[in-house]
Design a protein around this ligand. Sequence first.
Ligand SMILES: NC(=O)c1ccc[n+]([C@@H]2O[C@H](COP(=O)([O-])OP(=O)(O)OC[C@H]3O[C@@H](n4cnc5c(N)ncnc54)[C@H](OP(=O)(O)O)[C@@H]3O)[C@@H](O)[C@H]2O)c1
Length: 249
Amino acid sequence: MTQTIDKVALVTGGSRGIGRQISLDLSARGYAVAIVYAGNTAAAEESVAAIASRGGTARAIIADIADEAAVSAAFDAIEADRGGVDVVINAAGVMPLGRLADLDLAELDRALRTNVRGTLVVDQQAARRVRAGGSIVNLTSSVTRFRNPGNIAYIASKAAIEGITMVLARELRGRDITVNAVAPGAIVTDMLSDFLAADSSGEERARISGQSPLERLGTPEDVSEIVMFLATEARWINGQVLFANGGAI
Ligand SMILES: NC(=O)c1ccc[n+]([C@@H]2O[C@H](COP(=O)([O-])OP(=O)(O)OC[C@H]3O[C@@H](n4cnc5c(N)ncnc54)[C@H](OP(=O)(O)O)[C@@H]3O)[C@@H](O)[C@H]2O)c1
């Protein structure tokens, strides 16, 4: 029997890492999933194939989340295909590194463009289009509390996402749409691998793993289960930033 799908999700960054796992888990809950990605078509197609192989429905749409025309066109395509959007997850992001004294300001611009402008652009379309009963979840990071030296542009951009989330929840009064953010600690993805690439001794990896009393790094599954709760179950958590880092300090 063919499964009837009437719930629709858009996941930015769904081609890799945390967004990929969220896409798989939303599909397992019966959502048709549109994966928005920046340029890694092979990864996006692999995510779509992984969902299809489990009996789900997915498509991949290439769009720079900071490009309002491209994001609007992505929402248009999903609405034309599926009739609407119920869940929007903003998992796309970039993490430039560098201490402020030496920071190349082009890296600041990159963080602000993708993480802040991109989140705002996607949330703007979500604010216009998500159906009643739906939800929006933005990915921020626990580094806004860890205050790591050398991560200043990224932390500035993620702090902005916390503000965007709290304000948008209130701007959507009367729409029956929840807006929350999830702030993971270190999660095993390409982003963390890039960060640890220069760490040949393994000391930084051990240090980060030891930050949680659970004495391990987080996984995309750890984050996705929280996103699933906020996006598909909880209706009374709204305008919140949920820190998910295994108790790391
Ligand atoms: N990993 C961690 O330790 C960690 C911790 C806390 C928070 N986070 C946050 O969680 C989110 C997911 O992180 P991750 O580790 O899964 O990242 P990742 O493995 O590096 O994947 C990044 C994803 O974002 C997409 N993307 C990047 N720039 C984009 C743009 N301008 N337009 C559209 N898509 C874009 C990429 O698309 P392509 O595949 O096409 O490049 C990819 O799907 C990010 O917001 C990150 O800041 C991560």
